[in-house]
Design a protein around this ligand. Structure first.
Ligand SMILES: Nc1nc2c(ncn2[C@@H]2O[C@H](COP(=O)(O)OP(=O)(O)OP(=O)(O)O)[C@@H](O)[C@H]2O)c(=O)[nH]1
Ligand SMILES: [Mg+2]
Length: 477
């Protein structure tokens, strides 16, 4: 071997060794984003990714230390890890926001994934000794918060679940929507021979009323969560069951012995199968892998809908929080071994109100998660609450009203595309008491994105840098 070929070989070996070293120093984190439908999950991931890949192009990330300390080098999208999960539709979202008349990204219905690689200079002495540049791989998962509402079902029998659900259905405002469905269930003979068509039709009716609860009444507790977001299970018999009434009047023995050739036997069997094949599967396959979790909460829309909607949001939040209770006796800990160590609760769409109301948005959210936050603290889960806007659509200004300067926002109202300047109202800092609802009407207006996003430009936002710092800051030291 001559000298140059030895040199070449040595160089190659050194390159390989460097590559191996880098690979072992590279880090990875799974960041999950959830929230009830329309809470702003797609906008959040789209903006977060856009902020990171557009860094240095006038992005505003002052509170994200790798950027403020000038250690952030670049971020780029790389192929996602799991080929069986839908791709997060980042390009489609950016395309919608870049149109001449920009629009919001389309609603999504299932779980999706996106992988990002960030190169940065480390500060931690150990890493610094070994290398100048490290890559952090982030796997973002977007999944419907409704799926978390199903966790409590794992602890219930079909009778218990039916009873609890019927108690909810027989109270206003749900009752007016559900009464016809309840009448039909009352007429059902539980021990009649199985008629799949009848069960399919009643399940469809039950699903329809769940949609009305969510979309028209602004209710948040929707169970089973997959019924309104079925993904590829749409039309499958596993989603064809519903709560049954009249357990008091049926023979207990006959019920226990009912087989799947009877109506009630099949309803119960499907409920059990749903719990193990759908609910448990989600926790086992996805949830246990998440390291960091963001829960988005659109409290302004619930305030707009009124007391019933707001109370229901509170109930839904407490149900969602069960998925983060890692105390020894928790259902979750017994069944799975989750490892989330940081949990961010974000009140979204903060650009719908004036900045002086943001602290109230946070106080209100804190009140909703207060009890659990305390418990989680003892289980060493780091919890933070923030008011954010993933994509800011309004500008802030001052206006004179009754000889006083008041804060106002200016934006393009989604309902009629008119540019308006308004004081949209104040956000309560406490859980509102009953009399509060009589005296106050909220009118938080929905706005459209106004300025088309230009190539490589970063989206305007509120506190996305603080969200990034909480979620990733410690992973990029
Ligand atoms: N003004 C404002 N509106 C927002 C923001 N984020 C979301 N929205 C509004 O909320 C709607 C829903 O946002 P998405 O990001 O699609 O919410 P999602 O949780 O992904 O919704 P689904 O996929 O239907 O569950 C958008 O179409 C906007 O109207 C924001 O930061 N500011
Ligand atoms: Mg979405």
């Amino acid at each position: 071997m001559n000298k140059t070929s030895i040199e070449k070989k040595l160089k190659k070996i050194k390159h390989k060794a460097d590559e191996l070293l880098h690979r072992s120093l590279d880090q990875q984190v799974n960041v999950a984003v959830t929230g009830l439908s329309r809470s702003g999950k797609t906008a959040f991931i789209t903006s977060l990714v856009n902020q990171l890949i557009s860094e240095n192009q006038q992005s505003e990330l002052a509170f994200f230390t790798p950027v403020s300390q000038q250690r952030f080098i670049a971020a780029k999208r790389v192929p996602q890890q799991h080929n069986l999960i839908q791709r997060f539709t980042y390009d489609e979202g950016i395309a919608a926001l870049s149109q001449h008349t920009p629009t919001w990204p389309k609603p999504t219905k299932s779980i999706s994934e996106l992988r990002l690689a960030i190169r940065y200079q480390p500060t931690s002495s150990l890493l610094k000794l070994a290398t100048d540049v490290v890559t952090l791989y982030i796997d973002f998962t977007d999944y419907p918060g409704e799926w978390l509402l199903d966790l409590p079902m794992l602890n219930q029998t079909f009778e218990e679940w039916s009873e609890q659900t019927m108690a909810l259905l027989t109270k206003e405002p749900r009752l007016s929507v559900a009464s016809e469905f309840i009448d039909e269930v009352n007429k059902l003979d539980p021990f009649a021979p199985l008629d799949e068509q009848v069960l399919a039709e009643l399940s469809e009716k039950y699903t329809d009323i769940l949609h009305t609860f969510r979309e028209e009444l602004g209710m948040s507790v929707i169970q089973p969560g997959r019924f309104i977001l079925p993904g590829d299970l749409a039309g499958a018999p596993i989603l064809q069951f519903f709560p049954f009434t009249g357990f008091d009047s049926i023979d207990k023995n006959e019920y226990q012995n009912a087989e799947t050739n009877s109506m009630i036997g099949t309803l119960r069997a499907r409920f059990i199968e749903y719990k193990s094949r759908v609910v448990k599967k989600f926790y086992k396959q996805y949830f246990v892998n998440f390291d960091r979790q963001i829960v988005l909460c659109d409290s302004l829309s619930s305030l707009n809908h009124g007391k019933a909607s707001f109370d229901d949001l509170q109930l839904a939040i407490s149900m969602i929080l069960e998925s983060f209770d890692y105390g020894k006796s928790s259902l979750l800990k017994r069944l799975f071994s989750p490892k989330i160590d940081k949990l961010l609760f974000a009140a979204t769409k903060a650009d719908h109100v004036t900045p002086d109301q943001h602290s109230n948005m946070v106080h209100l959210l804190n009140k909703m998660v207060y009890k659990k936050r305390h418990e989680l603290h003892y289980q060493s889960v780091d919890v933070k609450t923030l008011a954010i806007a993933s994509i800011r659509t309004t500008d802030v200004g001052k206006s004179r009203y009754q000889n006083k300067d008041i804060n106002v926002i200016k934006g393009q109202r989604a309902a009629d595309d008119k540019v308006i300047t308004v004081f949209p109202g104040s956000v309560p800092s406490e859980i509102p008491k009953d009399d509060y609802w009589q005296a106050n009407t909220f009118n938080f207006i929905e706005f459209s994105p106004r300025v088309p996003l230009r190539d490589h430009q970063a989206l305007p936002h509120i506190r996305m840098d603080q969200a990034l710092e909480f979620l990733l800051g410690d992973k990029m030291r």
